[in-house]
Design a binder for this molecule. Structure first.
Ligand code: SF4
Length: 382
């Protein structure tokens, strides 16, 4: 299979958000930034040598962390290096995650001129108080300013990440978030429910009883509202949590959802070369030190069995609203998904959660709202 996607993890943030369990560190010095970029370059070369795959990158994604915490000079240097060492398709999607308040015109201009063509802003909410509660460093004004700069320098593909199910949030507040986001004429919106993870300040508050589990029914109403409002404003709901104007689906994430191979660089990054999954360990100093010594970074790898690969193909593919193409499934595994998952399909069909149409198995509208039940069925039926 062809390697089409490269993910580069930039694990630095200005401050740690109260809900964040991503691998990111604060207090990054300029020296550390330089050492980290050099380590990433070494890992890229090592992985490139070891790959037993054809490469034609359709997507390069700088995620984090906050990639825009780095100087643009370093990001551009890294991007140039990647383009010089990996075949990159003409017109490939090149995305950078950015946080409002961490960009200025010069930074965005440099990224744009270097070939970055998609910006994804971690907006989450426009509510000033909520932003503080979340521990975000930006203000609503920063969102407007950063967005305006992005358009000014020429970006034509901009995403906002939004979040619902925030502590104390009601439906009205979420509606205001959606309406404000719609004022921006965006190409893409992601809408995720806040998950409280152990080991975060919010997780701690939950253990202490200060923070309560968010009400499931209210969360579902919020999800339905996003589905309605965005759908009515020309967005295609193409993945459980993602909405795009025609022609602007996130190509990078589509490669994940279609369980195609991808390479991840950086501590904590995942790579997938079916049937092998590799996870770099998340220790920043050992990552840098080992690469400085010329060794591969510490990682764990797992060989997926064919049944678990098939389950993963269904579980991930059903997140896409177009569903899983049955012919593609057959040509990949030599088996019919309808036989392999006969139990799950029968149950979900009779409950009205999935449908089979024109060679695709996909979620129904009801199934979209009860996606977790469907995914569970497919994970346990193999
Ligand atoms: S900006 Fe993103 S990665 Fe950084 S701490 Fe906040 S949630 Fe985590």
């Amino acid at each position: 299979m062809m390697l089409e996607a490269l993910y580069i993890h930039i694990p630095f943030c200005k401050a740690k958000c109260n809900y964040c369990d991503f691998l990111s560190f604060t207090g990054c010095t300029v020296e550390l930034q330089h050492r980290y970029i050099e380590a990433l370059k070494k890992e890229a070369l090592l992985k490139n040598q070891k790959l037993d795959l054809e490469v034609n990158l359709k997507s390069i994604f700088f995620g984090g962390g906050t990639p825009t915490c780095l100087s643009s000079g370093l990001l551009v240097h890294l991007l140039d290096f990647i383009q010089a060492n990996f075949p990159v398709e003409q017109g490939a999607e090149i995305s950078v995650e950015a946080n409002p308040g961490t960009v200025n015109k010069e930074k965005l201009q440099l990224l744009y001129e270097a070939g970055v063509n998609r910006l994804s802003f971690g907006v989450q909410t426009f509510n000033k108080e909520m932003l503080k509660i979340l521990g975000r460093i930006h203000t609503p004004e920063d969102i407007y300013a950063s967005y305006a700069l992005a358009r000014e320098v020429g970006f034509t593909n901009v995403n906002f990440d939004l979040m619902y199910g925030l502590p104390g949030q009601d439906l009205k507040d979420w509606e205001r978030t959606l309406l404000k986001a719609l004022e921006f004429n965006l190409e893409h919106i992601s809408a995720y429910q806040l998950k409280i993870e152990r080991g975060t300040p919010f997780g701690q508050q939950m253990e202490e009883g200060v923070l309560q589990e968010f009400d499931d029914e209210l969360a579902l109403d919020m999800y339905k509202l996003a589905d309605d409002y965005l759908g009515n404003k020309g967005f295609i709901h193409y993945e459980v949590a993602n909405f795009a104007k025609p022609g602007y689906k996130c190509r990078h994430n589509e490669i994940y959802w279609r369980t195609k191979p991808y390479l991840g660089l950086g501590p904590g990054a995942h790579s997938f070369f079916p049937p092998q999954r590799i996870e770099n360990l998340g220790e920043l100093s050992s990552y840098i030190n080992m690469l400085e010594e010329g060794d591969s970074p510490p990682c764990i790898s797992e060989e997926l069995t064919i049944p678990s690969l098939m389950s993963e193909t269904m579980f991930m593919g059903l997140r896409l609203l177009e569903g899983v193409n049955l012919e593609d499934f057959y040509s990949r595994f030599g088996q019919d998904a309808r036989s392999v998952f006969s139990g799950a399909i029968k149950k979900c069909l009779s409950n009205g959660l999935v449908e089979i149409n024109n060679g695709y198995i996909k979620l129904t509208h009801l199934g979209l709202y009860l996606g977790n039940i469907v995914f569970e069925e497919f994970l346990s039926d193999n």
